[in-house]
Design a protein around this ligand. Structure first.
Ligand code: ZN
Ligand code: CU
Length: 484
């Protein structure tokens, strides 16, 4: 008889590969899946009857800004409560390590926290901190181009000199040797916008020999988005590495309806090189308040403001009216600030979400006092609202976008699939009721329908909430990113 700790019986198993579900038993021993099959004979001390429930690999949130929150709030409830078992941090050019600040963190590094949160001058120091705090979810990390720039440049509104590029390369190589997944850039932000393509390439060059990836918040997501995509693809081709376009969208009212041509450009590139993207399932974005995105026709909600904290939760239009100024002037007075921009068309978002190259990434902002609801709602929303109700894609496909596909693309070994010998990151949920409940008005609400979440074999969350057993680990890059 099989020696195991937990057996989940009669679950409708979706294994993460996009294959159809099958009713099976899954057994866990220590941190691994030790057996899968019909009617397993097993000595488990914990037996769970999962009839009618779906069992899938734990969800991988490929696009997060959880760098410092995994340490400050290791219970990680916004993610664990959705069934997320691994977060990829360090996106959009901003990572918490390796970082040495000389003053306040520049925009948008301030999304990750204040000066006190940047305590990791080396990537190794960050990895050690994860190991000490034991967050509830696994953590894998990209290195941010903007963070590297800020370490070595006196100002960020110019391209780096050769000496500065050399210093960034040395620090980046050390992080790659320490298990970082790859490079992220945030070229749209003013802290990286002046960087030349060559500056990014000088860093991306180091990726191929490490089987690492390049992810990018592109130079623009509005009018010139096709040029920005070409720049991203060129960086991938020149350095021979996979490219992942972050939170792909057509931003701004003038660009609504352009998802078809954007996805055509993605497909054209996919015929030549390894390219993918991630997407969050909402028709609104969120970041720091950017004057370039102020448009009187777009509803913009202020989520925080350093000079005017009392304005959080109000729309920019309301604030401008109360102050008797234009929205642009109000935005100037509010900065530094955070905002939600209702500047994406639902139809474009649905088309991008449905594309076979699209993974799911929340882009949630955990430090925001009034966060975009994607922080708590992304994964159940994709499953409940867009797969079950809107039928944009099947449940096996939806699960694949959040498990098997990201594990393979980012090189997370022995994760993302339900296979014998793989790490026991698992989610049990009711496919008939799973749904997000977080809204723009009431964003801090756990999803419904999640029955159990195991992280490295440890039951960490049930329908009663977190179990207090935290079992996440730092996940180093594997050897095999994006083998088809
Ligand atoms: Zn971004
Ligand atoms: Cu982001």
């Amino acid at each position: 008889m099989l020696n195991c700790d937990t057996i989940i019986r009669n679950a409708s198993v979706l294994d993460g590969s996009a294959a159809a579900s099958e009713v099976l038993d899954v057994a866990i021993h220590d941190d691994r899946i030790c057996a899968i099959g019909p009617s397993l004979e097993c000595s488990a001390s914990v037996v769970m009857d999962a009839e009618g429930l779906a069992l899938t690999p734990g969800f991988i949130d490929v696009h997060t800004h959880d760098d410092t929150s995994v340490i400050r709030t290791p219970a990680m409830l916004p993610k664990l409560s959705q069934g997320v078992t691994t977060v990829i941090v360090g996106n959009c050019g901003i990572s918490a390590s390796p970082v040495e600040l000389r003053g306040e963190p520049p925009d948008p590094m301030n999304l990750l926290g204040g000066v006190e949160d940047f305590r990791y001058p080396t990537f190794a120091a960050y990895v050690t901190a994860i190991g000490q705090v034991h967050p509830a979810v696994n953590v894998a990390a990209l290195i941010g181009h903007t963070s590297l720039r800020n370490n070595h440049m006196d100002r960020l509104d110019r391209t780096a000199t050769d000496a500065e590029v050399d210093a960034m390369r040395a620090q980046f190589k050390e992080a790659l040797d320490g298990g970082a997944l790859g490079l992220s850039s945030g070229l749209a932000y003013l802290s990286a916008n002046a960087a030349s393509t060559e500056e990014v390439l000088a860093l991306a060059e180091l990726l191929a020999s490490h089987s690492a990836v390049y992810t990018t918040h592109m130079r623009t997501e509005s009018d010139a988005i096709l040029d920005a995509m070409q720049e991203a693809f060129e960086i991938g081709r020149m350095s021979q590495v996979p490219v992942i376009v972050s939170h792909l969208k057509c931003a701004g009212i003038a660009n609504w309806g352009r998802s078809g041509e954007v996805l055509d450009a993605l497909d054209t590139a996919r015929a030549l090189q390894q390219v993918g993207c991630d997407c969050y399932p909402y028709a609104a974005g969120s970041s720091t308040l950017d004057l370039r995105q102020v448009d009187e026709r777009v509803r913009i909600t202020i989520t925080w403001s350093t000079p005017h904290p009392e304005m959080a939760g109000q729309s920019l239009a309301q604030i401008a009216a109360a102050w008797g100024v234009t929205q642009y002037e109000a935005a100037q007075r509010l900065r530094p600030a955070g905002a939600i921009y209702h500047s994406i068309s639902e139809e474009d978002m649905r088309r991008i979400l449905s594309h076979p190259a699209t993974m799911i990434g929340s882009d949630g902002l955990p430090n925001d006092p009034l966060p975009h609801p994607r922080l708590w709602g992304t994964f159940p929303r994709v499953l409940g609202r867009y797969s079950r109700e809107a039928k944009l894609f099947s449940l096996p496909e939806a699960i694949h976008k959040m498990t098997g596909m990201p594990a393979r693309r980012f090189g997370l070994e022995e994760r993302g699939l339900i296979r014998e010998g793989y790490c026991a990151d698992l989610v049990l949920f009711d496919p008939e009721t799973i749904l997000d409940t977080a809204t723009f008005a009431d964003p801090i609400r756990p999803a419904q329908g999640i029955a159990g979440v195991w992280v490295n074999g440890v039951l960490s969350y049930t329908s009663d909430g977190a179990t207090q057993n935290r079992s996440g680990r730092f996940l180093p890059r594997g050897k095999t990113a994006w083998i088809q």
